[in-house]
Design a binder for this molecule. Structure first.
Ligand code: GLU
Length: 481
């Protein structure tokens, strides 16, 4: 059975790159009806941020990436928070010492600092690598603080095969004797994740490509324990577009890069998931771009993952968002838009109708206030706006004639819905010998004060109601005298 895990460190917000990792890990396993594990990697105690675990859990729940094992839901391989697994790591580290693949190091902070001062790039000089068993016993009995380091082979090459990047090799002489257990008794990420992935029976380790070059060290740990290595799936880098057209690693200077920022900016979680699914993966023989999470589960496959860096393009994300907004039913749109509307909406406004019109004309929910402003209050406009070559409105007198006739009709119309209004105004075409387009143009400018609007004249009138319509027409006639 396929088993993947998402193993974030709770160090703050949910970066869109992390969410993509979670999504790919989820899809790889769900494509095979496998298990998806959430594991919290909190052994770097200095980097912990309060509330970060909740952000992680909330984001996964909101996006539908529900974990089968992990915090809250439990499972057979818990606990799922690394700080709760502390004794397990020490046990395995000692095992590794017994196997000859790790050693106790008693070097003091001062000695290490001195080393660093002498050669900042040299790393650890393996001073304690060959301490005798007796010396180690003596130091431990004396209660000297220690770390446990991985004993890297000094010659040869370590190779592993990554499912995306292919064969990756490293000369062993380049590998540092990295720390596995720290002096505070906590494991490093380098050790903890290997032990956990083994104990949790993870079959596919899915993560960002920043781990590509350190993975030989992890593969050596598997080998030393005699464990079968997992399949490694490193994901392509995520880049952001710079102002000068170049690209660089996606970071805050590229704008909103956290899930929460994007949602607060009016982007729908479903659109985010759809878009980031395609940042580094593409379906075989499928030209379509809109995919639900269910679609993605069915289609996702490892061989569709690319190793070329993917560029996060906010405009493209907004295109997806617009598609999702348009596809929403009006009731759902009403619900999701509520928290983004700051404007006061007078009760005479037909809010449902207004939102239905706006739904198809925005690319993010934060545009709503600006786009609805003209419904709520008539903007100041210049009477020149009425003149329009295409509709052959070349004189203000024509506009006046149309608006006076329309006012008569609208004053007497019994219901103010779109269809009734349209039917009531239709006879004016013949009466005034003007095209429908010309008549509607004059009315639309009068009731909106804008040359381009969401919806036509009659739809706008349905939204603002009879009183506001007649008042706006009067206002137009006053401009035209
Ligand atoms: N805790 C690591 C991180 O947040 C996880 C890397 C991995 O998935 O192995 O980057």
């Amino acid at each position: 059975m396929t088993v993947t895990r998402f193993a974030p460190s709770p160090t703050g917000y949910m970066h869109i790159g992390n969410l993509r990792t979670a999504l790919y890990a989820y899809l790889i396993t769900k494509h095979d009806n496998g298990r998806f594990i959430l594991r919290i990697e909190d052994t770097d105690r200095e980097r912990l941020v309060e509330g970060a675990v909740d952000v992680i859990k909330d984001t996964l729940k909101t996006t539908g990436l529900l974990w089968d094992e992990g915090p809250e839901v439990g499972g057979d391989h818990g606990p799922y928070v690394q700080s709760d697994r502390k004794p397990i790591y020490m046990e395995y580290a000692k095992k590794l010492v017994d196997l000859g693949a790790a050693y106790y190091c008693f070097c003091t902070k001062e000695r290490l600092e001195q080393l660093h001062e002498e050669d900042a790039t040299g790393g650890y000089d393996r001073h304690c690598r060959n301490l005798s068993k007796e010396e180690v016993e003596k130091n431990l009995a004396a209660g000297l603080p220690f770390v446990i380091r991985q004993k890297m082979p000094l010659t040869g090459v370590t190779t592993y095969t990554d499912a995306v990047f292919g064969e990756i090799s490293m000369n062993n002489e380049e590998l540092q004797d990295q720390i596995l257990m720290k002096a505070d008794g906590y494991p490093t990420y380098n050790f903890a994740h290997v032990v956990d992935d083994y104990l949790m029976q993870v079959t596919h380790v899915v993560r960002g490509s920043e781990y590509l070059s350190s993975t030989p060290k992890y593969a050596l740990l598997y080998d030393a324990f005699g464990w079968e290595r997992p399949t490694y799936v490193h994901l392509p880098l995520l880049m952001g577009k710079n102002a000068d057209g170049t690209v660089s690693k996606l970071s805050k200077r590229h704008g909103a890069v956290s899930f929460a920022d994007l949602v607060n900016d009016g982007v729908l979680p479903k659109a985010i998931i759809n878009y980031i699914a395609l940042l580094g993966w593409c379906p075989k023989e499928n030209q379509q771009e809109i995919f639900s999470l269910e679609d993605l589960k069915g289609l996702f496959s490892l061989d569709g993952i690319s190793k070329s860096p993917a560029v996060f393009d906010f405009e493209k994300l907004l295109w997806f968002n617009g598609e999702y907004l348009r596809a929403m039913d009006d009731a759902d749109f009403l619900k999701v838009s509520a928290r983004f509307i700051k404007s006061e909406i007078h009760e005479d406004i037909n809010k449902n109708k207004m939102l239905a019109l706006l739904k198809t004309r925005i690319s993010k929910l934060t545009e709503l206030d600006e786009k609805m402003a003209f419904f709520l209050a008539l903007p100041d406009y210049d009477k020149e706006l009425f003149l329009n070559k295409k509709n052959k409105i070349n004189e203000f007198d024509t506009v006046k004639t149309v608006l006076c006739a329309a006012k008569d009709v609208l004053t007497n119309v019994e219901s103010f819905d779109n269809d009734t209004l349209f039917a009531a105004l239709a006879p004016l075409t013949e009466k005034l010998d003007l095209k429908t387009g010309a008549i509607m143009w004059c009315i639309r400018i009068a009731v909106s004060g804008l040359s381009a609007t969401p919806g036509g004249a009659t739809e706008i009138m349905e939204v603002i109601g009879k009183e506001a319509t007649l008042a706006r027409i009067d206002c137009a006639l006053a401009k035209l005298v």
